[in-house]
Design a protein. Structure first.
Length: 364
C-alpha cells in the first residue's frame, strides 16, 4: 500500500517514525512518503518537507508567515495527487492538516487522523469538520474517547505512543555520563522562537545552583549557534541528539510546554513547566483556550501535579522560588513520583504504534 503521512513538529516526527516501522512490519509492500523529520526518513519514508520549515507557533506568527503556509498547502496537494496514496495519515498539526482534509475527501482519498488535534482545548467546532471528512480517528489520550463520544463520533483509543518509546529507553543502560555532578536538564523546545523566549530565563538559574551541572537538550534541526548566543559565559553543556540520555541522568528539569512535559514525567524527572510566547498570541489564546492546564501531565491527571509558570510568571524570581522548593522539599518530590506512577497507569504500557498501524491497514 502507499501511505502519505503529514507531521509538522518534533513529536510528530517521533511518533510518525514508529508508525512507519510498524506499517513496514504489517505491510511488506508499504511505500511511505512524508512531511516530517529525520526520524521518519530514517524509518524508511521519502521525506518531502522537514518540520523545521513548517513550524509557526502562535496567532501572530502564523499571520506573518501566511504566504509561506499557503504555498506549502498548494505544494502538498500537488504532491499528494502525484503520489496517489491509498491512505493519507495526518499526525496532529491541525493548523495545516485540517486545511488538507476537506480537499482530500473531495479527491476521494481515504483519511486517517492519528493523534487528534486538541479540539477539547479550543475550537471545539472543528469536531464537525473531523466527523465529516476523517474516515478514522485514532486517539492517544484516555479522555479523548469520551470527549468525541459526546459529539456522536466514534474514535479508537490506541494508547499513548510515548509509553512504548520511554519504556524501551529505560531498559537501555546509560552509555556515557554527561557529567560527574547532578544534572538539571533544560528543554527549551524545538522551535527557534520558543527557544529564544524561554532559554534565557532558564539559564538565569545557573548562578543560583552552582552544585548542579545544567545541560541543554539541543533540538533536532537547530544549529548550535542559536544556543551559544544565549549561553554566553554560563557553565552549561549542550547535548545534541541525546534528550532521552539526558532525561535518564537528570535530577530535575525545566521544560517547555508540549510533549516534552509528558516525556519528562514518564522518565520520572521532577519538572517545572515553562511557557512564554508572543504577548498578543498569548492574550488571544487566553480568550480561546478552555483547558485548566497547559502541560499534558496535568491535563491527563486532571490536577496541578507539576508547577506551570506561564507568561509573566516565567521570570527569574518566580522560577528560582519554585526550583528551590522542588530541590529542597523531599515530600513534594515523593508526591510527584506518586503522581507519575498514576500517569503510567492511566496511559498503560501498550503498543500504540503497532495498534495504529493495524487500524490503518484494516481500513482496506
Amino acid at each position: 500500500m502507499r501511505y502519505y503521512i503529514i507531521a509538522g513538529e518534533a513529536s510528530g516526527d517521533l511518533h510518525g517514525s514508529n508508525l512507519i516501522k510498524a506499517l513496514h512490519v504489517h505491510d511488506a509492500r508499504a511505500t511511505v512518503r512524508c512531511w516530517g523529520g529525520d526520524k521518519m526518513e530514517e524509518a524508511g519514508a521519502t521525506l518531502v518537507k522537514h518540520y523545521r520549515d513548517l513550524a509557526f507557533m502562535g496567532f501572530v506568527e502564523v499571520l506573518l508567515h501566511l504566504r509561506t503556509i499557503m504555498r506549502n498547502l498548494k505544494f502538498c496537494k500537488e504532491d499528494i495527487l502525484a503520489f496517489k496514496p491509498d491512505v493519507l495519515v495526518l499526525i496532529d498539526y491541525p493548523g495545516f492538516n485540517l486545511r488538507i482534509v476537506e480537499w482530500a475527501k473531495k479527491e476521494g482519498i481515504k483519511i486517517c487522523y492519528y493523534i487528534s488535534p486538541q479540539v477539547w482545548a479550543w475550537k471545539e467546532g472543528r469536531v464537525e469538520q473531523i466527523r465529516k471528512y476523517v474516515d478514522k480517528m485514532l486517539v492517544i489520550l484516555p479522555f479523548e474517547k469520551g470527549f468525541y463520544k459526546k459529539h456522536n463520533y466514534e474514535v479508537t483509543y490506541v494508547g499513548h505512543p510515548l509509553t512504548e518509546v520511554v519504556e524501551a529507553e529505560l531498559q537501555k543502560p546509560v552509555t556515557q555520563p554527561l557529567s560527574d555532578r547532578k544534572i538539571i536538564a533544560l528543554l527549551p523546545g524545538s522551535r527557534s522562537q520558543e527557544i529564544r523566549k524561554k532559554l534565557p530565563v532558564m539559564l538565569s538559574m545557573v548562578r543560583h545552583f552552582p552544585q548542579y551541572q545544567f545541560v541543554i537538550a539541543q533540538a533536532p534541526g537547530q544549529e548550535r549557534a542559536i544556543y551559544d548566543e544565549m549561553i554566553g559565559g554560563h557553565n552549561v553543556l549542550l547535548a545534541a541528539g541525546k534528550t532521552y540520555e539526558l532525561l535518564k541522568q537528570a535530577s530535575f528539569a525545566l521544560v517547555t510546554s508540549g510533549t516534552a512535559t509528558l516525556e519528562t514525567a514518564l522518565f520520572g524527572v521532577p519538572e517545572i513547566v515553562c511557557y512564554k510566547g508572543n504577548p498578543l498570541s498569548y492574550w488571544l489564546a487566553r480568550k480561546l483556550v478552555k483547558v485548566k492546564y497547559i502541560s499534558l501531565v496535568n491535563l491527563i491527571l486532571n490536577k496541578p501535579a507539576v508547577t506551570e509558570l506561564i507568561q509573566d510568571d516565567l521570570n527569574e524570581q518566580r522560577l528560582l522560588a519554585e526550583l528551590t522548593a522542588l530541590v529542597d522539599d523531599t515530600e513534594r518530590r515523593e508526591t510527584l513520583q506518586s503522581d507519575y506512577t498514576g500517569l503510567w497507569e492511566l496511559l498503560g504500557a501498550g503498543r500504540a504504534s503497532d495498534a495504529a498501524a493495524r487500524e490503518i491497514i484494516a481500513m482496506f
